[in-house]
Design a protein around this ligand. Structure first.
Ligand code: UDP
Length: 418
């Protein structure tokens, strides 16, 4: 078996206050149609990054609905995760050096994983490129014919991939029963993909990361990190990754600093186990910060977990998400839900979440980012109006119950296909 991630069943009743009765009834009715079926989600890490965040909510909720649902994480190695991070970068459009040796490292590890995979589930959802070749390998290397329905969930922006890597990966997606993307723009042309579904990630309004915190708690958390809660503060919560552009965030902060000298910047990012670039990029970010005492750089090694992320996102005056590519950007929804206006890169899934000028600003450069942050820092009334618009925007589109409904609808449809 692959590594089984423990998940305690979570009751849907906890969402009543956030979303009302009707969506919950719909979910229960869909779950009723799937009674007795077994579900498996497979991804590459149980910690750090949006996919782990999503599965940590969806799997317990499916269990809470009485469905037999497991979450398993594939086995990797430094070599494998270096290859898959290169693959991830290439799928998001970076030109990379890609070799037959890298393809071999990738496929050999997927084969090892498939040999340990329990394929008796009725629905198997494979997340992102790392385990994407599993179905292909199962059919070609082991000659096993899988009996369940297989879904590939692509969480990244594959609208303009580096072709050499795309030509390697996408043909292996063909045998799936469905491929799920976040936005129509991300669906690549020219490959024989299975039927495409569009599903957006969502945040969990009852998770510790997103529940309301009182000011005393927020202040205490800030103070425990030596951050002055009374000063204007910008914040970006993201893995240390070139696509998240932490260096650009520091440049934007410096623009703000010229006009608002007391401004502070918090950069917090967890180290995902499948992201070998993280440490290197953390060091680059620290170097770029150049010992500025008003820039606070933290990772999970400093104890930054869900409640700290919550306190930073809630207490900051502006949340930045200056991504250069972004599959969705859960951090954007998380901040909007907390009524904190967001200044974010005008890319990928972020465009679905920011209604420019209404619940935040979309920006194309560190300069634009700095100017938008300044505008918001100078106008508390605007921050409040934007914050109110932001919360309602997320409530109707990007909370867990919406995501769960979409997944269950897809499973029911697949069941109907025999
Ligand atoms: N996150 C966290 N701690 C950190 C940095 C990030 O818990 O120090 C969480 C963040 O709150 C969000 C997820 O990791 O829930 C990141 O998801 P997103 O979709 O923004 O980006 P990804 O990492 O998947 O590219």
């Amino acid at each position: 078996m692959l590594e089984l991630i423990p998940a305690k069943p979570k009751s849907l009743d906890r969402y009543l206050e956030s979303v009302g009765e009707e969506p919950l009834e719909q979910i229960r009715s869909l779950a009723g149609q799937l009674e007795g079926a077994r579900f498996l989600h497979v991804n590459a890490t149980s910690f750090g990054g949006g996919v782990a965040e999503l599965l940590a909510t969806v799997v317990p909720l499916m269990r809470g609905l009485g469905l037999d649902c497991d979450w398993q994480v594939m086995f990797g190695s430094d070599e494998f995760f270096n290859v898959t991070k290169t693959m991830h970068n290439a799928m998001q459009g970076m030109e990379v050096a890609w070799t037959p040796q890298m393809e071999k490292i990738y496929l050999d590890k997927v084969i090892e994983n498939v040999q340990r995979l329990d394929t008796s589930y009725d629905y198997i959802v494979i997340h992102d490129p790392q385990p994407a070749a599993m179905l292909h390998v199962l059919e070609h290397e082991t000659q096993q014919l899988p009996r369940g329905k297989w879904v590939w969930r692509c969480h990244i922006d594959t609208s303009d991939p580096f072709l050499q890597v795309a030509d390697f990966l996408f043909p292996m997606i063909e045998p799936y029963d469905a491929a799920v993307f976040t936005m129509p723009d991300f669906v690549p042309n020219g490959y024989g993909l299975p039927p495409v579904e569009l599903i957006q990630p969502c945040i969990d309004p009852v998770a510790l990361k997103n529940v309301p915190l009182n000011t005393a708690t927020i202040r205490a958390i800030w103070e425990s990190y030596d951050i002055d809660y009374d000063r204007p503060t910008l914040c970006q919560i993201s893995r240390f990754d070139p696509w998240k552009d932490p260096l650009g965030v520091i440049d934007a902060y410096r623009i703000v600093k010229e006009e608002v000298p007391e401004v502070q910047l918090i950069l917090a990012g967890s180290m995902a186990t499948d992201d070998p670039e993280g440490m290197h990029y953390l060091h680059r970010t620290e170097e770029h910060a150049g010992g500025d005492d008003d820039i606070f750089i933290f990772t999970n090694a400093h104890g930054v977990g869900s409640i700290e992320v919550n306190a930073f996102q809630t207490g900051a005056d502006v949340v930045i998400q200056k991504s250069l590519r972004e599959g969705f950007g859960l951090t954007v929804s998380e901040a909007l839900w907390k009524r904190t206006p967001v200044v974010a890169g005008n890319v990928g899934g972020i465009r679905m979440q920011i209604d420019d000028g209404k619940n935040g600003f979309l920006v194309d450069s560190p300069e634009e980012c700095g100017v938008a942050c300044l505008e918001l820092l100078r106008d508390p009334t605007r921050r409040m109006t934007m914050g109110d618009a932001a919360r309602e925007f997320v409530r109707s589109r990007y909370v867990t119950t919406v995501l769960l409904t979409r997944w269950l609808e897809l499973f029911v449809r697949l069941a109907g296909q025999g």
